[in-house]
Design a protein around this ligand. Structure first.
Ligand code: NAD
Length: 319
């Protein structure tokens, strides 16, 4: 059976699939050529990350497709229900990237606390003494309160890192069950902290020094944070969004930054990917990364391994 890994696959994932007898093609096919390539090369499985989309048109045009695999969590680039209706297996790897997204967010929280993102941009051309003054009002994470909105896999992984840094964690989720957070401290030690999420975002917003959002794209496309929510936050709050573009209203965000209500924000995701608006990218209080939350070598290996084991488990015998 031929598998097209159109957005790449780790060496380990490829090796496991090839050892099980699959042919893995990794030469990228342009989106508009996808259906032709699948049919001409007799490909029965497509693996994607977030770049390639597999919509109804591709599914209709490829009657021999047996599986669509998404390396990662969000499946908004695949018409999942339609594919399943047509008898196509659709899989993803929800747990593989939680830790990598959580680490990116911690990096961003440290960066926006000290203006690191802006300093990196300006050191080459700026005046040293002026910049030293500009970045002299940094703040520290330890002892501060982080609100994690969306307390699923990534939110819980972030809680583990934040607790390990001595932050207080307040969680918000639609489900209010207590969660035991394991905090590996290193040198073989660990701590355990139980956190019960609130289901009332508006009630907790005013307590938070930092906020990180980890909800999926909302079914109705609505923003979880817009003008009303910004107004309820502590003045000078710092925020990270490594969830999905649109869960924060970008117009309202720019106003909240202009008024000083939000001191700084980190964005890994944008409403208009892959062409985010320039007034976000060149804003000195916004730390931007190009949707790389899940993109660590370790996560790629975990994703490749998980995809390979799911595929081998379901299809290797018939191969
Ligand atoms: P998850 O399903 O484990 O957790 C999401 C949680 O959000 C759930 O517990 C759900 O109850 C909660 N939720 C949903 N809407 C809510 C709302 N309006 N208010 C409060 N809680 C709400 O998902 P996850 O694995 O933690 O991933 C979260 C999201 O992160 C994904 O859907 C994806 O969009 C995004 N993500 C981004 C990257 C990246 O590269 N930046 C990588 C992986 C995932």
């Amino acid at each position: 059976m031929k598998i097209l890994a159109n957005d790449g696959i780790s060496d380990l994932g490829k090796q496991l699939l090839e050892e099980a007898g699959f042919t893995v093609i990794t030469e990228k096919v342009a989106q508009e050529e996808l259906a032709n390539a699948v049919n001409e090369q007799e490909i029965e499985m497509i693996l994607v990350r977030s770049a390639t989309t597999v919509r109804k048109e591709v599914i209709d045009a490829c009657p021999n497709l047996k599986l669509i695999g998404r390396g990662g969590v969000g499946m908004d680039n695949i018409d999942v229900a339609y594919a399943r209706e047509k008898g196509i297996t659709v899989i993803n790897t929800p747990a593989s990237s939680s830790q990598s997204v959580a680490e990116l967010v911690m990096g961003h929280l440290f960066a926006i606390s000290r203006g690191l993102h802006d300093s990196y941009k300006n050191m080459e051309t700026g005046d040293f003494s002026a910049l030293k003054k500009k970045y002299a009002k940094g703040v520290e994470l330890r002892g501060k309160t982080l609100g994690i909105i969306g307390f699923g896999r990534i939110g819980q992984s972030l809680a583990s890192y934040a607790l390990g840094c001595g932050m207080n964690v307040v969680a918000v989720d639609r489900t209010g069950n207590p969660v035991n957070i394991n905090v590996p401290i290193g040198n073989g030690h660990e701590a355990n902290v139980s956190i019960t999420p609130s289901n009332d975002l508006h009630n907790v917003l005013g307590q938070l020094d930092y906020i990180s959002i980890h909800v999926p794209k909302q079914a109705d496309g609505s923003a979880v944070i817009a003008a009303k929510e910004f107004a309820m936050m502590k003045k000078g709050v710092r925020i990270a969004n490594a969830a999905r573009g649109g869960v924060i209203n970008e117009d309202d965000l720019l106003e909240a930054l202009a008024s000083g209500q939000v001191a700084a924000i980190a964005l890994d995701v944008f409403e208009n990917e892959p062409n985010p608006r320039k007034d976000l990218l060149n804003h000195s209080a916004i730390a931007c990364t190009p949707h790389i939350g899940a993109a660590t070598l370790e996560a790629q290996d975990r994703i490749g391994e998980e995809l390979a084991s799911l595929i081998i488990g379901q299809f290797a015998v018939k191969n």
